[in-house]
Design a protein around this ligand. Structure first.
Ligand SMILES: CC(=O)SCCNC(=O)CCNC(=O)[C@H](O)C(C)(C)COP(=O)(O)OP(=O)(O)OC[C@H]1O[C@@H](n2cnc3c(N)ncnc32)[C@H](O)[C@@H]1OP(=O)(O)O
Length: 207
């Protein structure tokens, strides 16, 4: 069972490490900085994006390990269009309700929790010890950073980034490409492309 990860940065390393802990036997990276870079931590980088597209049949699973939400989503869609076997990676210590839905190419890291009837799109990240409570709807490419918590029935638009240690009140709706700052408490709806920080969270203005 060989897994190919596109994107050889810090996030990609956690994807690789998590994949091995969930039972993948071998992980290799593809990254456009190849051949200048040959390793990501202890893992080999063996080609660039073009090489990955040519070698899709060599892998039982493919996933994009890029932290940037828009790039991760675009690469995931490109790979899907080329017929890649996109997989999700879930750490054995994560707790995901059997009534939750996780889109292809999404990752759930150590200690994270996803509760009943939540739906996550493709290429999402639920990072270390993050919590998505019941009935949340996350569009494609959303990142819930380490330790962030969504209360029940929160809606989050495409490619939004929910910062480390932040929390979002129940039934709040966040648009697309929203950034929630580290430690913020979001208690009201947030429009597309807004960055909000603080407790209670206020807008820093358009990105
Ligand atoms: C495994 C991982 O590493 S996952 C990654 C986890 N990382 C995160 O979650 C980081 C989240 N990012 C942040 O919190 C960032 O500070 C952002 C995106 C909110 C703002 O970043 P920038 O646009 O670069 O803003 P900048 O640093 O210039 O700060 C602008 C103002 O907002 C304030 N500010 C920035 N972030 C915050 C915050 N989280 N809470 C409160 N105030 C903040 C700054 O103090 C500054 O105030 P000032 O104008 O009075 O001096």
């Amino acid at each position: 069972m060989r897994l190919a990860v596109f994107g050889a940065g810090g996030h990609g390393k956690v994807v690789a490490d998590t994949a091995l802990q969930m039972g993948w036997q071998e992980v290799v990276f593809f990254e456009d900085a190849w051949p200048k870079r040959s390793h990501n931590g202890c893992w080999l980088i063996i080609g660039d994006a073009q090489a990955l597209l040519q070698r899709l049949d060599d892998f039982q699973g493919v996933i994009v390990g890029v932290g940037n939400n828009r790039i991760r989503l675009a690469k995931t869609r490109e790979l899907a269009a080329h017929g890649a076997r996109l997989v999700s990676v879930v750490h054995p210590s994560a707790v995901i309700s059997p009534h939750a839905v996780l889109g292809r190419g999404s990752v759930v890291f150590a200690g994270a929790v996803i509760q009943v009837d939540s739906q996550l799109g493709e290429a999402c990240i639920v990072n270390t010890r993050a919590c998505v409570d019941h009935d949340c709807h996350l569009a494609d490419g959303v990142h819930i950073c380490p330790g962030a918590s969504l209360a029940g029935s929160v809606e989050i638009g495409e490619a939004s980034w929910i910062g480390i240690g932040s929390s979002v009140k129940q039934q709040v709706r966040l648009g697309s490409d929203v950034i929630v700052g580290a430690g913020a408490a979001v208690v009201c709806d947030v429009l597309d492309k807004q960055t909000v920080v603080g407790v209670p969270a206020k807008s820093l203005g358009r990105k």
